[in-house]
Design a binder for this molecule. Sequence first.
Ligand code: C2E
Ligand code: CA
Ligand code: CA
Ligand code: CA
Length: 279
Amino acid sequence: AKESGRNRVCLFSEQREAEVHSRTSLIQELADAIQQGQLMLYYQPQFRPDGSLHGAEALLRWHSPSRGMVPPGDFIPLAEETGLILAIGHWVLNTACRHLNQIQRSGLHDQFSLSVNISPRQFADSDFLDKVEQALTSHAVPAQRLKLELTESSLFHDMDHAIEILEQLRKQGIGIELDDFGTGYSSLSYLKRLPLDALKLDGSLVADVVSDARDLAILRAAIAMAKTLSLTVIAEGVETNEQRAFLASEGCDLLQGYLLARPMPFDKLYALIEQATPQ
Ligand code: C2E
Ligand code: CA
Ligand code: CA
Ligand code: CA
């Protein structure tokens, strides 16, 4: 019994070692991924209830030669922990602005905007404002075409600081959207202090809204809160016609989800913009 106990300890530590090793190699591969051009942005379009195209959200994709397609949920937390998110986030912002420049130069759609996800560590970076300004100016993109999606964890940690940064961003014309709304702790008293332009209702609320009376109540309260504060309401994760009709009737301003369009590479988005623009 003693023997097998020792064996188990030994096995456990080998397993632990293997875990540390695979984590270390994942970090290394991720660090290389930026240089080697393995990161890509996909775009998921957002529509108004009347079906017209409004903009799109940029979603990060990693095509790893050894691992295949790695979903962002599998590497963004690690990137956040290690600080790699700063380099990745910089790449994301600049890539989105390069694409915005193409849209701008095409003259196709003078309102079309792209929303970029910003992680808490990126938002807390003392150079964040400069980096955003730089991305816009170096690609000659009007600030109105860029929106930033932030989560509560970025904003509520140090509200006074967050408010200052958000005010600077909005002064330039950049739209600020509170992401994953309905999953955290936001109360009206917090929200009214924050200079925001939009609330994004989380997909988990949207998923059950036609069947679950409590989700419906939360959704209605969230929309009422947003309207009180004159914020745009965006619903994400719209998968069924029933959800779409319902969200539109409840007063959502913008809809995003697999029902309307899946995330797509930039050339597909560009084609969609061309189609959507009356000649
Ligand atoms: P998120 O910001 O909440 O993004 C929405 C996620 O829902 C995306 O997953 C999108 O593909 C997915 N989705 C869209 N429509 C539907 C639908 O109808 N049904 C369902 N079930 N899902 C839908 P994705 O692309 O895997 O991104 C996951 C998360 O990774 C994002 O959640 C965001 O938190 C993070 N992320 C993605 N790109 C970036 C980035 O560039 N920077 C940072 N910091 N985070 C990012
Ligand atoms: Ca988002
Ligand atoms: Ca979200
Ligand atoms: Ca989410």
